[in-house]
Ligand binder design. Sequence first.
Ligand SMILES: *[C@@H]1O[C@H](CO)[C@@H](O)[C@H](O)[C@H]1NC(C)=O
Ligand SMILES: *[C@@H]1O[C@H](CO)[C@@H](O)[C@H](O)[C@H]1NC(C)=O
Ligand SMILES: *[C@@H]1O[C@H](CO)[C@@H](O)[C@H](O)[C@H]1NC(C)=O
Ligand SMILES: *[C@@H]1O[C@H](CO)[C@@H](O)[C@H](O)[C@H]1NC(C)=O
Ligand SMILES: *[C@@H]1O[C@H](CO)[C@@H](O)[C@H](O)[C@H]1NC(C)=O
Ligand SMILES: [Zn+2]
Ligand SMILES: [Zn+2]
Length: 457
Amino acid sequence: MSAERLLLCCLFLQGALALSGNFWHITDLHWDPSYDLGKDPKRVCESSGIRPAAQAGPFGDHACDSPWNLINSSVHAMKDILPNPDFIVWTGDDTPHVPNQNLGEETVLRIIGNLTDIISEVFPGTKVYSALGNHDYHPKSQLPGGPSDMYNKTAEMWKHWLDLESRETFKKGGYYTEKLRNRTGFRMLVLNTNLYYDRNMLTQNDEDPAGQFSWADGVLAQAAASKEKVYIIGHVPPGTFEKKRGKHWYRPQFNTRYLELIQKHHAIIMGQFFGHHHTDAFRMFYDSKDSPISTMFLSPGVTPWETTLPGVKNGANNPGIRIFEYDTQTLLVQDVVTYYLNLTHANAGRDRWEKEYRLTESFQVADASPASMHQVLEGISEDSCRLQQYYRFNSVNFDLSECDEGCRVDHVCATREVDFHRYERCLATKAAGASLSGSLLSIFGMAVSILFVFAQQ
Ligand SMILES: *[C@@H]1O[C@H](CO)[C@@H](O)[C@H](O)[C@H]1NC(C)=O
Ligand SMILES: *[C@@H]1O[C@H](CO)[C@@H](O)[C@H](O)[C@H]1NC(C)=O
Ligand SMILES: *[C@@H]1O[C@H](CO)[C@@H](O)[C@H](O)[C@H]1NC(C)=O
Ligand SMILES: *[C@@H]1O[C@H](CO)[C@@H](O)[C@H](O)[C@H]1NC(C)=O
Ligand SMILES: *[C@@H]1O[C@H](CO)[C@@H](O)[C@H](O)[C@H]1NC(C)=O
Ligand SMILES: [Zn+2]
Ligand SMILES: [Zn+2]
């Protein structure tokens, strides 16, 4: 190669690198300070409830929330893998799954404080956009739609990450917005969607808790006028849990309102990043002509805790953390790279965080745009190998069992339809399709066995 061409090539590479930015997304760390290996298996951690922590090791157990060792390991893994991200997105749930009386306001605040400390110490100077989870309050999930002492105290803990104006809106309702640090023309919108959670008894009769919807609508309208592009982050997502048929999180009126907000402003919303599921999933948003207009990425949790939601099969996961790569000119999400810790491995002395997968490689798509994510969904829906691959990633390589027909319908409909009615309709059509082919199969089977009987005679 000539020197000139080499130079051109280097310039091109440099250009390509400069166009790509990246950030970490971590969520659902759920530190359980009671975790102690010295105790008998039934008492290793309070978060296991009455379940034994049979495989408890230094990095945790699937019956328990995270020991400190796992929290420390995940934050240091982030530092080893990508020490200088443009920023970090942290979408909440810091405390263990234990009854309210085991925690109290002070303990909840101390736990949020400890996690804030370790992230700040390992990533000094890195901007962190931090959203509240339903477990980051006492009593859990009861986040008020107005000023609160706990909002004040959390804003105080996060003050090194918050602009002055953010601190003020945070104290009023646990939400804020800021221009994206070091990148002009972009904005981060941090929502407190715990206000829409159906377990929140304080907001059930509010039309617009903490005025957050009208505030967000105003922020997005202003952003559009200023030609900004926006990322939205939050904890509890709209739509339906893919691991339990019909399990919604939002009250219906709030689910509709959230969907309308995205449909109205989709042109400037370049990505939504949420947690709460502890699974690796995504949600599609469409316009009235069924064109894909937005994607919500649900990142896996750090806690390996198996959910106690009745009816969920195999509801545990390996600890996961993830990097989003984005175009610094447009904010388009280019790729998603997930890293994980094989908990069994780790407890056997090999605590190595490994790359689990890169979205564009594993699903053969060009990027992580809404059109590409729609293609991923089509693959999952039509190709059983793709479905199986998605299903393995959904639990971060924990559940390696087969995703059967009922499982496929649950995952496809939850991914495709954020709207509750459309989700029900999707179930009805897909399940009807499934049972139709099922009955055709059994008619065929009967015919074969009748022939077989005749042949034998
Ligand atoms: C945290 O992890 C780092 C990196 O693995 C290690 O050097 C350090 O000793 C750990 N600290 C604690 C308190 O476990
Ligand atoms: C958590 O924070 C408290 C102070 O609020 C401190 O005493 C304690 O050592 C911290 N724990 C860890 C594991 O960092
Ligand atoms: C929160 O802090 C503000 C000052 O920043 C104060 O005016 C307000 O009374 C506090 N609210 C509560 C509920 O503690
Ligand atoms: C990013 O912005 C912060 C504060 O605005 C500034 O201190 C820092 O130097 C900037 N970093 C880069 C890489 O430009
Ligand atoms: C995790 O580690 C265990 C124990 O070494 C191994 O059996 C299992 O296959 C590993 N899982 C994956 C997905 O690599
Ligand atoms: Zn959680
Ligand atoms: Zn949650």
